[in-house]
Write a protein of this length. Sequence first.
Length: 118
Amino acid sequence: ERIQFGKPISSHQLIQELLAKSLGNITSSIGLVTRASQMLDEGIQRDEHSALAKEFTTSRMRETVAWCRELFGGNGIVLDYDVIRYFADAEAIYSYEGTREMNTLIVGRAITGKAAFV
């Protein structure tokens, strides 16, 4: 565990806040993906459900790995630690098979009935 200012970083309030927000992102993403999977199994999943799950979970993943990289300080960009690899993977997954913007348009069309694709 990293020590900063003579005490473990986990005892700092802002570190605990990042950890709590990260756990919230992870937990909500698991819930959304689980429900999307159930809908697929039930034969009721539509494109907008997949688009919503991808947009939400990849955005939360990107945010969470950025916070984790910050927690590592300077080591967060060193290849000796896996966090930088996860950071790079998150960027690739975020864009692969549809960007956040494209998935948002798919969901928006389902909500409004109007396609805003340009």
